[in-house]
Design a protein around this ligand. Structure first.
Ligand SMILES: *[C@@H]1O[C@H](CO)[C@@H](O)[C@H](O)[C@H]1NC(C)=O
Ligand SMILES: *[C@@H]1O[C@H](CO)[C@@H](O)[C@H](O)[C@H]1NC(C)=O
Ligand SMILES: *[C@@H]1O[C@H](CO)[C@@H](O)[C@H](O)[C@H]1NC(C)=O
Ligand SMILES: *[C@@H]1O[C@H](CO)[C@@H](O)[C@H](O)[C@H]1NC(C)=O
Ligand SMILES: *[C@@H]1O[C@H](CO)[C@@H](O)[C@H](O)[C@H]1NC(C)=O
Ligand SMILES: *[C@@H]1O[C@H](CO)[C@@H](O)[C@H](O)[C@H]1NC(C)=O
Ligand SMILES: *[C@@H]1O[C@H](CO)[C@@H](O)[C@H](O)[C@H]1NC(C)=O
Ligand SMILES: *[C@@H]1O[C@H](CO)[C@@H](O)[C@H](O)[C@H]1NC(C)=O
Ligand SMILES: *[C@@H]1O[C@H](CO)[C@@H](O)[C@H](O)[C@H]1NC(C)=O
Length: 701
């Protein structure tokens, strides 16, 4: 059993070997093989032979297949001609030894060939060939698709064309460096494709084409057009803003190929005078401030880009800021600051009062009044890009003041008394008026001016003015001042008399107490009538013993001149203040003249006196005269106004109570004419006083 199994295993191994050896030894097999290289390159138009050799049989049947299609069939050494496909007869020949020859081989014979040989009883054998037919490469040119290389194109193709040739290998170069297919380049049939073109692909492209028989290269310079890129917009000189009237230029520049053209526009209008992207602006006005837009154009690619910039043109407000302070409900202070009109408007603030609020152009800040603000100078800061400015304002409480009283007569003949209470204050003080203990009732009698500083009282009856005390209170949010005014009846204070040198003219002056109600003055005289040259030189001379009115002066008068006095005669003068018909106390009486005429009894007394005493008196008189004479010489230079001490020597107390001179209507009316005197003559310095003779002074004592 095992022996049998061993044998069968051995026979399974050796039997095929033995059988094969037997068969080969007994029958020679037909075998075909290439006689040269199985791969042939040929130039088109040349003669080429695919050479085969065979063994193991004689005169086999041969079949050549071109791309698996039989094209030639023949039995070697057969007298019958080979069977050649009719359309290939002018090219294909079969050699007696079975090789295939191509006469003037055309390009389209490049393919795979195989030869098959068969012999009855001896089997069949075949072998393969590859024939490549080439043409020399000539006149290679490059072209692009699209024509213009523009940055951003998704696909840009470089393609070669040639007049003739069969290319076995194409190679592409960029600036001499070989290009391999990668993410940006792809080498396709007869072309190089660049994906997502950009400016860095500008350069020299070369294609190199080769086959076993020739090689050709072609170049092309590719320029990738690009831009406009993001432009640079600049103003020269570079400033955050420009004052109106300034000159500047705007420039707009951007990279690009070709260089883009630039154009400026403002307010929707293209500014034609910009050249090369430069816009010159001279003497700019605030209306030229705003957004300027530059448009750039690549004239080849028609690519456009716009960019804008803002030009600030400022102008400071005219003048200077104005500060003021006002009262709000007499409790709060409203500080104002105003500086309006600029571009942009100035920013105003009162840093000392508030560091958080501010305003443009016109700013007010209301604060509760407090003592700390009284007299405090508050500065308004006015900030404008072109100029910083400021103004000051100081609020202060009403200052000390004196009320002023003025009296006039209105067209109805009423006495009009005006009381003014003006107290310097900021904000301006508001004045409230009261009469007695009550507020003044505005009506026909009382009137308060619109600015409240003036109270006007109208009445016929002077008594009504004197009954009440008027009070004015000047008030602003920072404080108040109160004054009382007790009106007085007509009165005169401090009257004086100044004669000229030769005693023909005197000037009377007087004052009125501040609260006195006076509408006019009567100037009264006691003594002979004044000389008058108006009446054909006839002189009238009287010796009245009573004061009579010679002039009437308005309430505003404080002096008067009296002319045509006779230096030889003694005159007495006084001033009567009046409120309409009501007369006040007369002024003191002023006397001028050689002295009091001596009465008859006095003369008699003197005549009856002891001559000794008369002699003594004469001596004494001479002594006094000498003293006075010396004094007079010393004071020659003294000019008007004379000192009060000198003045007093000519005043004497009135020796009679004042009479109501209005009843002295019997007297001739005073001569108001200034006679030959003119105002300019009156302005001549008044003469110094000439004292009366001492003897007479002594007798009056
Ligand atoms: C190719 O063969 C033909 C026919 O035999 C002959 O006329 C021709 O001259 C040959 N050409 C070349 C280049 O040898
Ligand atoms: C067959 O014949 C051709 C032409 O006659 C010759 O060139 C070739 O060398 C021959 N081949 C062999 C194997 O003899
Ligand atoms: C020729 O044969 C080779 C391999 O034998 C093959 O790769 C090639 O495609 C064939 N050519 C043609 C044209 O049939
Ligand atoms: C091919 O190129 C050569 C030289 O470059 C030129 O002389 C010839 O005329 C060209 N042929 C044609 C058909 O253009
Ligand atoms: C291409 O560019 C090279 C230099 O880069 C220059 O020498 C050559 O003349 C250019 N060729 C053409 C056709 O412009
Ligand atoms: C702008 O001014 C510059 C120099 O100030 C001058 O060179 C340029 O020509 C001017 N441009 C225009 C468009 O007027
Ligand atoms: C504003 O003023 C107050 C008091 O004067 C001060 O405490 C505060 O810090 C100031 N604020 C600023 C922003 O200056
Ligand atoms: C405003 O007041 C400040 C100080 O109180 C002073 O320095 C400045 O000169 C004043 N300015 C004006 C315009 O009066
Ligand atoms: C003036 O007023 C006083 C007091 O009111 C009065 O007594 C007197 O009669 C009045 N005089 C005239 C003329 O009205």
């Amino acid at each position: 059993m095992t022996l049998l199994g061993e044998f069968s295993r051995l026979s399974a191994v050796f039997l095929p070997i033995l059988l094969n050896f037997f068969l080969q030894g007994a029958h020679c097999e037909l075998l075909v093989s290439p006689a040269g290289p199985p791969l042939l390159n040929a130039v088109a138009g040349s003669n080429v032979t695919l050479a085969v050799s065979f063994s193991g049989a004689s005169d086999p049947a041969v079949t050549w297949l071109m791309s698996d299609l039989p094209v030639v069939t023949w039995t070697i050494n057969s007298p019958a001609p080979p069977d050649i496909a009719s359309n290939r007869r002018n090219v294909l020949r079969i050699e007696p030894n079975g090789s295939l020859t191509f006469i003037n081989v055309p390009l389209d014979y490049s393919t795979n060939y195989s030869v098959e040989m068969t012999k009855a009883g001896l089997g069949k054998s075949f072998t393969n060939f590859t024939l490549k037919v080439f043409e020399t490469i000539q006149n290679v040119t490059l072209s692009t698709q699209p024509d213009l290389a523009v940055e951003g194109s998704q696909r840009f193709t470089l393609q070669y064309r040639m007049q003739q040739g069969v290319v076995e290998q194409q190679m592409w170069f960029f600036n001499g460096i070989e290009i391999n297919t990668n993410s940006r380049y792809s080498v396709e049939n007869r072309s190089l494709v660049i994906l997502r073109l950009n400016r860095s692909y500008t350069g020299r492209y070369t294609v190199s084409l080769t086959n076993p028989f020739s090689s050709e290269t072609a170049h092309m310079n590719v320029t990738v057009l690009y831009g406009p890129d993001v432009p640079v917009l600049e103003a020269h000189p570079a400033q955050p803003f420009y004052a109106s009237g300034a000159s500047l230029s705007l420039s707009c520049q951007a990279e690009g190929l070709p260089q883009p053209t630039a154009e400026w526009a403002f307010g929707g209008l293209t500014l034609s005078d910009s050249r090369g992207g430069v816009l010159n602006l001279t003497n700019v006005q605030t209306s030229q401030g705003g957004v300027y837009t530059c448009t750039l154009l690549n004239e080849l690619t028609k690519e456009k880009r716009q960019e804008s910039m803002t030009l600030n043109i400022y102008e400071k407000p005219p003048g200077n800021p104005m500060c003021s302070v006002q009262s709000v409900n007499n409790a709060d202070l409203q500080y104002h600051c105003r500086w309006s009109g600029g571009t942009p408007e100035a920013q105003l603030s009162f840093p000392a009062l508030s560091n958080t609020s501010s305003g443009a152009g016109n700013f007010s800040l209301t604060i509760t009044a407090s003592d700390s603000l009284n007299g405090k100078t508050v500065t308004c800061m006015a900030e404008h890009p072109i100029q910083q400015n400021k103004c000051n304002v100081t609020a202060s409480s009403p200052a000390q003041f004196l009320p002023a009283v003025r009296t006039t007569v209105d067209s109805d003949g009423k006495i009009v008394v005006t009381i003014r209470c003006v107290s310097e204050a900021s904000p301006e003080a508001e004045v409230s008026w009261s009469r007695g203990s009550e507020a003044v009732a505005v009506g026909t009698t009382h009137h308060i001016s619109s600015d409240t500083t003036q109270l006007t009282i109208r009445d016929y009856n002077i008594s009504n003015f004197l009954l009440q005390t008027y009070t004015c209170v000047c008030r602003n949010p920072l404080g108040n001042q109160t004054r009382e005014v007790q009106l007085r009846g007509p009165s005169v204070s401090d009257s004086s008399l100044f004669p000229n040198q030769d005693g023909t003219i005197i000037t009377l002056t007087w004052e009125v107490p501040p609260t006195s109600v006076v509408t006019g003055f009567d100037i009264q005289m006691k003594g002979p009538d004044l000389l008058s040259r108006n009446r054909n030189g006839t002189r009238t001379r009287g010796t009245p013993n009573r004061f009579h009115t010679i002039q009437q002066k308005p309430g505003s008068a404080r002096s008067t001149d009296i002319f045509n006095l006779d230096p030889e005669v003694t005159y007495r003068f006084r001033v009567i203040p009046k409120a309409l018909m009501t007369e006040g106390e007369p002024s003191e009486v002023h006397r001028i003249g050689p002295g009091e005429g001596l009465s008859g009894s006095a003369v008699a007394g003197i005549a009856a006196g002891i001559p000794c005493s008369l002699l003594f008196l004469l001596l004494l008189g001479g002594f006094i005269y000498l003293c006075v004479y010396c004094y007079k010489n010393k004071s020659r230079q003294t000019r008007y106004p004379v000192s009060r001490a000198v003045e007093k020597t000519i005043t004497t107390q009135t020796d009679s109570p004042p009479h109501n001179l209005l009843t002295a209507g019997l007297k001739s009316p005073p001569d108001y004419n200034r006679l030959q005197q003119t105002p300019s003559e009156r302005s001549v310095a008044l003469p110094s006083f000439v004292p009366p003779p001492p003897v007479r002074v002594a007798t009056t004592v």
